[in-house]
Design a protein around this ligand. Sequence first.
Ligand code: ADP
Ligand code: GLC
Length: 480
Amino acid sequence: MVVPEARPFAKTGGLADVSGALPQALARLGHRVTLVMPRYRGIEPAPDDTRTPFDLAIGPQHQPIEFVERRIGKGLRAIFVDAPSLFDRPGLYGVGNEDFADNWYRFAVLSLAALERARSEGKAPSAIHAHDWQAGLVPVYLQTRFAADPVLAGVPSIFTIHNLAFQGLFAPSILPLLGLGWELMHVDALEFWGKVSYLKGGINFSRKITTVSPTYAREILTPELGFGFDGVLARRAADLVGILNGIDTDAWNPETDPYLPEPFSASRMDGKRTAKRELLETLGLGVDNASMTRPLIGLVSRLTDQKGFDLIESAAERLMALDASWAMLGSGEPRYERFWTALAALHRGRVGVKIGFDERLAHLTGGGSDLFLMPSRFEPCGLNQMYSLRYGTLPIVRATGGLDDTVLDADEGGAKGTGFKFRDYSPDALVEAVARALAAYREPRRWRALQRTAMRQDHSWDVSAREYVKVYREAGRKRH
Ligand code: ADP
Ligand code: GLC
């Protein structure tokens, strides 16, 4: 499995949660998994690591690298591609909102190195699974450079799209530097509007394509959410499947979460109040009786248009008129950082904001809030709504992608309801959904029933991991 980030080693978003948990779930099913990713800054050597130097021939260059192999558990190992000049940097993909200019090279090295390593072990893996554009060249190299390789020829590749908005677009002049032929500068290969797209490579050269929810798998075939790739994907629709992400039920468990002040569960909810108090304190909001009883709406997010922050901005005045407090943890586009900082100053005591990336506070916000808001414009899967369900924090979501697949509206779903959903990407629809959620909060018995249903939802990885195994097997049977 080739990934650009994985928990607990390096994380910027949900992909790291998935590539941390899926290999473990596969290993629990009895499979042997090798996770290949860069050795970023902060991934420190461990005593039992084994290091193997390797001279990676890429285009006209020789890139010296080292493979750092680490056993993680039964059936599971990580191989870190160590090349300090490429990966020992202050960020994974860039600094601030600026991407590194050589990302095309850094992730070509990752992809090629993964294949060279598999080859040098002399035994073909039964499948190679690459994630997102950063690993998009894995299927490409497999079908070109290694097409006749005694070890790797015929090995099926699977490509997973976590977010179609990130396409890995670069100037065509990189092709010779990657050791790839000009014939790949073709609409059926890597060419995308005059550029080279690693995402397109992953889509066109893999045997099977997956994405992270059934609804998103349908949405990306439409012009609205296809980001220019709907046609490309439509041609491969027979090989495209949506598999809903699971969640790591050990890392996100209110009964054992080390980031919570007190454990809680569906039958013993006192700890949730303690978490709310701690969250309010952490964000400098009052903990008097009125603040404790007022419903608290949490957000933990990258601050981008994808996540619906423009919608929140348009609706802000009306949202602030509702009787609720807000806890927002996030970082991203400076305009949204400024907006939330200003909002907190304007509504002191009722809006608490922390700009940054903070794992402890992410757990505390999920656990200590009453409601959790995700008004995404599009959402391939989304994980926070599933974490929230587990903590009895009812999600308010826009009905898109995985949000639509994982939340059932309380006013439509009756006894099965787990949250609040709206469809239109409009301030009106957002405000209406938040108001409905707040009305439900004022009915304690109904609220408790909704919380109990939410906390009973099973989004553990086992089911989804089995679906991936099915896809690996199908890919093995199929010739591209
Ligand atoms: P995406 O990958 O699109 O950002 P997901 O919902 O799939 O969205 O996953 C986001 C992950 O990143 C979750 O685990 C969430 O808790 C975490 N996260 C997002 N923003 C922050 C933040 N500011 N601090 C800590 N964790 C964050
Ligand atoms: C992407 C998507 C998010 C998804 C995550 C993990 O970051 O934006 O919706 O949950 O990948 O698959």
